[in-house]
Design a protein around this ligand. Structure first.
Ligand code: NAD
Length: 247
């Protein structure tokens, strides 16, 4: 059951806030047909993420590694932003939110029209050479075999793998936005992946209200000022209706 009282409280906070930051995880995109990693039907139920999506796996077991990424790219090719992504893009234009920090690598926020998107974990839409740093479109990962750069080195998907550092600029921007925020809304993240899960706490510790929207419980529910249980897209549609109808 979704508590309308909670949604109204969230809308009041959104109206009062002068700097609202959205933080999204894989659960933001499950309604677009992309499986997440950790919920009941997530991708990781069959395989251990640290073994499959790691820099170690890329070198030690490249066939399985690239097969996994080809499968993810094929799924991504069929996915489109859903209403929730579009509402977030509209909120940016209406200055209701100031930034999106995302752990997602699917590019759906950009495709929905959002501009201020900080991608903490890179993007599935590119591949790069770790040696000469040349960047390619992700189509080089399609087809069979091990994809190689023109310099001969193995190509890596543009996503951050387990065992890799997060991009410095994205970390800096996310830190800035978290500290600036008056309201910080987490949508569809288990909040189990570090260091990304540091930002909601950083926001709260520097004075922001912390809101969590998720279908299941998360490890930070007790630290949040408000927890809304529900599907990302459905909750966003309801919140948008309340905002538009001045309720
Ligand atoms: P996660 O898989 O750890 O957690 C997903 C969370 O979303 C769960 O708590 C689940 O209950 C919730 N959820 C699922 N569907 C939902 C819905 N419709 N509405 C609301 N909540 C929903 O994901 P995470 O926290 O983002 O962290 C794991 C990693 O997943 C990140 O590193 C990210 O790069 C990667 N990832 C990204 C994608 C993507 O880009 N679409 C897909 C899979 C994994």
């Amino acid at each position: 059951m979704q508590d309308t009282g909670k949604l109204k409280k969230l809308v009041d906070w959104m109206r009062e806030s002068t700097h609202t930051v959205i933080f999204t995880g894989a659960g933001m995109s499950t309604e677009a047909g992309l499986p997440d990693f950790r919920s009941k039907t997530g991708l990781w139920k069959a395989k251990d993420p640290r073994k499959l999506a790691s820099i170690e796996a890329m070198y030690k077991n490249p066939e399985e590694f690239y097969e996994f990424y080809r499968m993810r790219l094929a799924t991504l090719g069929e996915a489109n932003p859903h209403q929730g992504h579009k509402i977030l893009a509209d909120w940016e234009k209406r200055r209701i939110i100031q930034a999106i920090i995302t752990q997602n690598v699917d590019g759906l926020h950009h495709r929905a029209g959002s501009n201020r998107v900080i991608e903490l974990h890179g993007t599935l839409r590119e591949a790069l050479c770790l040696k000469c740093k040349k960047v390619y479109g992700s189509q080089v990962l399609e087809g069979g075999g091990i994809p190689r750069c023109e310099c001969g080195n193995m190509l890596k998907p543009g996503v951050i793998l387990f065992g890799e550092m997060l991009p410095q600029d994205a970390l800096y921007q996310a830190d800035l936005e978290s500290r600036r925020s008056h309201l910080f809304i987490v949508i569809g993240s288990s909040l189990e992946v570090s260091p990304a899960n540091y930002f909601p706490l950083q926001a709260r510790d520097t004075g922001a209200k912390l809101v969590i929207i998720n279908m299941e419980t998360t490890i930070m529910d007790e630290q949040a000022d408000l927890v809304v249980r529900g599907k990302a897209g459905e909750v966003l549609v309801k919140v948008d209706d309340l905002l538009k109808n001045n309720l």
